[in-house]
Design a protein around this ligand. Structure first.
Ligand code: C5P
Length: 285
């Protein structure tokens, strides 16, 4: 029996601009992905049943066909006529439906893990093509990159040569939010702004972190706050802690601050723990 254990990291979006709505209903984006060291751990063990059995320590994670891990398994099995099954154990640390792409990351990790334990030898480009069928955020996690520019649905990935290592404080409110809900609430008339991804990229490349912090941007913020106005309090509370840059990540309610050291992040975590149950510190991975 082949077995394997892999880390499945979360992401933050430091910049997310919505360009337009596409005929297929999705939106074209320009986004900067950052891989962070807040990780789930996914264990794989091949079995002869031909089926997938998922176990997870988080009660809200579906164990059946709704789980992207399940879908990744089905896709590979069907595409390559695989008869083997697999037991998958997910140790969940990444909050669900928060904008941190935990489910997409688990799906990418499943493609990578099954490619390995089943000895499929699929090249990255093929995995990326399969990943894009599972979800817009999946391809990013198939690259071994800390930073990437995402275009198209967010599925066209260009790894970036950025050496910056950032620290973050992440507050995850109880309110869950799904991408569809947030994109549906989006008023494209309000997204015609002049924010330029290249200015932020330049700051990140130069390591000008205070400047980068001021350039964080997310076009989906208005929709997120439209759906749940209370989340503005979370953002304001972080801003009041003298954090140089605060933003929402992707299409979720998680609010993060960019800070310059681990000490600062830990100190803030202690303070914010008085108000929120789920507060994390995380660094670029
Ligand atoms: O690709 P994914 O399955 O994660 O997308 C979930 C939903 O989010 C889509 O059905 C769509 O409504 C919305 N979405 C979008 N534009 C994107 C990504 C997602 O409209 N670039």
């Amino acid at each position: 029996m082949q077995s394997l254990t892999l880390k499945s990291p979360a992401k933050l979006n430091l910049f997310l601009k919505v360009l337009n709505k596409r005929p297929d209903g999705y939106h074209n984006l320009e986004t900067i992905f950052e891989r962070i060291d807040l990780c789930d751990v996914v264990g794989f063990r091949s079995n002869r049943s031909g089926r997938i059995r998922i176990a997870c320590d988080h009660p809200e994670v579906p164990l059946g066909p709704k789980n992207l891990v399940y879908k990744a398994f089905q896709l590979l099995q069907k595409e390559f006529g695989i008869r083997e099954g697999v037991d998958i154990k997910i140790a969940k640390r990444i909050p669900v439906a928060a904008g941190l792409a935990g489910g997409s990351s688990n799906a990418a990790t499943t493609l990578l893990g099954l490619n390995q334990i089943w000895g499929l030898g699929l090249p990255r480009q093929k995995l990326v093509e399969l990943g894009a069928r599972l979800g817009s955020d999946v391809p990013f996690f198939l690259y071994d990159a800390s930073w990437a520019l995402g275009t198209g649905r967010g599925d066209q990935i260009k790894p970036l040569d950025i050496r910056a290592k950032l620290w973050h404080i992440i507050v995850v409110p109880r309110r869950k939010m799904y991408s569809r809900e947030v994109f549906t609430a989006l008023n494209l008339e309000l997204t015609k702004n002049k924010h330029d991804v290249n200015i932020l990229l330049r700051s990140l490349r130069k390591g000008s972190l205070e400047k980068a912090a001021r350039l964080l941007f997310n076009d989906l913020e208005t929709s997120i706050l439209g759906i749940c106005p209370k989340l503005l309090t979370v953002k304001k509370r972080l801003q009041a802690c003298d954090v140089p840059g605060v933003a929402f990540s992707g299409s979720g309610p998680a609010v993060y601050g960019l800070v310059t050291s681990q000490e600062k992040a830990r100190h803030l975590q202690k303070n914010l723990n008085r108000f929120y149950k789920q507060v994390f510190t995380a660094a670029t991975l």
